[in-house]
Design a protein around this ligand. Sequence first.
Ligand SMILES: *[C@@H]1O[C@H](CO)[C@@H](O)[C@H](O)[C@H]1NC(C)=O
Ligand SMILES: *[C@@H]1O[C@H](CO)[C@@H](O)[C@H](O)[C@H]1NC(C)=O
Length: 326
Amino acid sequence: MTKQQTQIGALIVFMLLAALHLQSTLSSGESSIYKVNKIGHYSWELLFDIDNRQNSGTVKKQIQTTYYANCSYRNIKKEIKTTSSVTSTGLEVGVGAIFKIVNIRMEGEINSRVRSMYEHLSEISSEIKIERTNTETYEIGPHSRLKMYRLFFNGPGIDYLTSTVSTIPHPMKDVHMHYALKLIPFLHYIEVVYTSDSVSRPSNIISEVNGKNPDINGGYGGSYVWLVAHWTTKLEFPASGIHIAIQRRENEYYNDLAQGAGGYYRYIKMQRNSYATDVITEISLYRTSQKEDDPRNGGRWQFKSEDINSKRGGDYLYLVWNKSSI
Ligand SMILES: *[C@@H]1O[C@H](CO)[C@@H](O)[C@H](O)[C@H]1NC(C)=O
Ligand SMILES: *[C@@H]1O[C@H](CO)[C@@H](O)[C@H](O)[C@H]1NC(C)=O
């Protein structure tokens, strides 16, 4: 039995699919790293079975095979989310929380190119695919049979059909996959803070995108009014949107954004939805004197609120925010 290999064509395809829009900067400071471990398994698939036992001649067979490795950041995340989480710190990722994978490490026997491709996913947050087609010619001698298997590897976010073939599907050691996760904080609620002068403003107020006045009452008298964002990593009843209510009637459950300035009462109401598929991960104020000036233009911000200053003249003032999917 001889095996002759002819490589007719080799094709390598790299595909970088649209990166998930992950924010690299977060308004809410540091968060801790969590560790999750998973396992990748090898298995053998029958490639062919040629029975030449009844024949006194030699059989030549050309077999075209496609080898590939598909690695997907999104699928790793999905797997971490849907399987019960094993973590060093007891974090229950599966229950809620949004996270990004900041480091990936494979431990065990695996092709070094596939390993570095997979580990690279934490940097690119997208997908990589290698594909290669080979044609191989096998010769099966007289009165013999050839059963050929090829090695397949499967783990979280990876399908890897290797070019390793064997006549004996022998057991292969598992590969250990280690992930470091960083929780992404998202908006819980917005606190309205009053001060009697500008310098006593809290240090962590929601600022204006272009460095303009972040005082909600700026230009109208009354108290100095600041907004402070409170962040969480627990997905219990997430804020999915923000509504500005402008009304004649006072609502004692909310803090008036126009305190002391007279006119309408102005309130921030968080819209909450336990079925939300995305949460607010970036927020800011946007002040402009132009009605046509929309903060969503230019792609910097995905959402804007109603005009906080509606019905009192002066600047247009919006809360603007971005969301990330859960
Ligand atoms: C991986 O790529 C191969 C070859 O392109 C394709 O047949 C297979 O369906 C892909 N698998 C996944 C999970 O994307
Ligand atoms: C908001 O989201 C858009 C679109 O995804 C992105 O281009 C922009 O950089 C984000 N802005 C901030 C401040 O994160």
